[in-house]
Design a protein around this ligand. Structure first.
Ligand SMILES: N[C@@H](CCC(=O)N[C@@H](CS)C(=O)NCC(=O)O)C(=O)O
Length: 203
């Protein structure tokens, strides 16, 4: 199994953590360090892209996490059915959505000042702050986000918060509850493993 990833991609980090939690062996292809591109398998050219041993190609990260959890059910990271499943998948959507919102802000910040769009950026930053306020409220007094045990919801939140810390640590100011919650989860090897040194996420 081959996983195309880049070291700073929160979506790829989420997939890596799921594979590590389940003990599924994979070859990682760092697209930042090789000439190999996911475009050979994924017309969107994005990471993560996963190529299964039978040649089946999976993307995006949500399809990958769902499929790996179904093919390798131990340990279960997404509840099998019902509202329990929906709640975990909703956290994944929120965590990925947080990164989706931040990426254009990061790109805008790299443009020459005269080409930036401060109004759009302010709107996106407000969404980041709204997500962090929501998570602060929700994580208070909890060890795990859903169901009293470690799930994909926890993995997804840690990975997206790591991305905020990497790109815009200023936006984390005042959100100690979420930072502390994620820092405790970082004790899991799947979340510390293969993280580049610029993704520390410590409270
Ligand atoms: N919704 C996608 C997002 C993936 C994504 O945006 N990946 C970025 C890296 S963080 C990427 O590959 N960007 C390169 C490109 O778009 O060409 C997922 O969950 O997998």
């Amino acid at each position: 199994m081959h996983l195309y990833f880049s070291p700073t991609s929160p979506y790829a980090r989420k997939v890596r953590a799921v594979l590590l939690e389940k003990g599924v062996a994979f070859d990682g292809i760092d697209v930042a360090a090789t000439v190999h591109s996911p475009s050979a398998h994924n017309p969107l050219g994005k990471v993560p892209t996963l190529v299964l041993p039978d040649g089946t190609v999976l993307f995006d990260s949500t399809v990958i996490t769902e499929t790996i959890d179904a093919l390798h059910p131990e340990p279960r990271l997404i509840p099998e059915a019902g509202l329990e499943r929906a709640r975990v998948r909703r956290w994944e959507a929120l965590a990925d959505g947080l990164c989706d919102v931040l990426v254009p802000v990061v790109l805008d910040g790299r443009r020459p000042v005269e080409h930036r769009d401060p109004e759009y950026t302010a709107k996106q930053e407000a969404k980041v702050r709204a997500v962090l306020a929501y998570t602060d409220y929700f994580v208070t007094g909890r060890r795990f986000l859903e169901g009293g045990s470690f799930t994909l919801a926890d993995i997804a939140l840690v990975c997206s918060l790591g991305y905020v810390e990497l790109r815009r640590p200023d936006l984390l100011t005042g959100h100690q509850a979420t930072q502390g919650f994620c820092a405790r989860l970082l004790e899991r090897p799947s979340l510390t493993a293969r993280i580049p040194p610029n993704l520390p996420l410590r409270a």
